[in-house]
Design a protein around this ligand. Structure first.
Ligand SMILES: Nc1ncnc2c1ncn2[C@@H]1O[C@H](COP(=O)(O)OP(=O)(O)OP(=O)(O)O)[C@@H](O)[C@H]1O
Ligand SMILES: [Mg+2]
Length: 267
């Protein structure tokens, strides 16, 4: 099989509201500024922060592909130069109930995407279906978001445990978000890594921390993407630092994507 360029990265968390969608949008923006072609698969089912920060309305959802015969290309919306978005809508939930013929059709149209992009970012949402959990677990890399809230810690641990035990994953990247200081972010990661290493066989790579910033919340609420709006803010500096760390990490893993081979297998 001819393999395209695209690598696939999933952004996950235990609990909701920890900043996955904003981080996905900002990582996409950073990568696109380096000339990469990025596709975001937006897993949010309600009001999507990906649509909010890019100030777009997507043309349709995977639901329209599954149930109403639209093609994947009909539902791709450009968000910014070199960034496209696909909304999954409630389609992700329905993937579990597809007939194998429908699933094959959907999978083959997703397979075509590997030639159009350099990276595909899957912004997952809480309440994931079995199939979308499977998609995330097939990703070339998984980036976990962790915040200082205790429930973020325990829920992420639970999520990683499922990925390790049921989906045989053994490697995750971690970003701490909404932390008070960089040092506190590093400490939070250390504590998390310690608990994981006590109970699971897993390797965690720390990408760094993003501090809590009230202004970021305000920008998002007024439909602005902080990295684009405030290129020299501390927030932008930290997002770029984490993104560069991710790039360094990727350089140590130059293998071809496994995602596409595995995806053909689940059709
Ligand atoms: N570093 C930060 N500082 C301040 N606010 C932040 C930061 N990161 C994210 N937020 C805010 O937190 C809220 C939740 O963010 P976001 O929607 O990205 O989370 P999510 O994990 O995608 O949520 P869901 O699980 O519901 O999809 C948003 O209002 C966002 O602007
Ligand atoms: Mg979200």
């Amino acid at each position: 099989m001819l393999i395209g360029n695209a690598k696939v990265y999933s952004i996950i968390s235990g609990k909701g509201g920890v900043g996955k969608s904003l981080f996905t949008a900002e990582l996409a923006y950073y990568l696109s500024s380096l000339g990469r072609r990025i596709l975001i698969i937006d897993g949010d089912m309600g009001l999507s922060n990906i649509e909010v920060v890019f100030n777009i309305k997507t043309k349709g959802t995977l639901n329209d592909v599954i149930n109403y015969g639209k093609s994947i290309n009909d539902i791709i919306t450009q968000a910014s130069p070199r960034i496209d978005v696909i909304s999954s809508g409630s389609g992700v939930r329905e993937l579990n109930f597809l007939s194998s013929l429908d699933r094959q059709g959907l999978v083959s149209s997703i397979l075509d995407l590997q030639y159009k992009y350099d990276a595909i970012l899957i912004d997952t949402s809480s309440g994931m279906s079995e199939f979308s959990l499977q998609l995330a677990s097939m990703s070339d890399e998984i980036i976990c978001l962790l915040t200082p809230e205790p429930s973020s810690f325990t829920d992420l641990y639970g999520m990683i445990k499922v990925m390790v035990q049921d989906f045989k994953k053994d490697r995750f990247c971690v970003v701490t978000n909404m932390v008070e200081t960089e040092t506190k972010g590093d400490f939070l990661f250390q504590k998390f890594a310690e608990v994981c290493s006590r109970f699971l066989i897993v390797s965690l790579d720390y990408l760094g921390s993003v501090p809590f910033d009230e202004n970021v919340k305000k920008l998002v609420a007024s439909q602005k993407l902080p990295i684009r709006q405030n290129p020299s803010s501390e927030h932008t500096h930290m997002i770029k630092k984490v993104s560069k760390q991710f790039e360094l990490y990727l350089m140590s893993r130059p293998e071809l994507s496994q995602f596409w081979t595995e995806l053909s297998g689940v059709a």
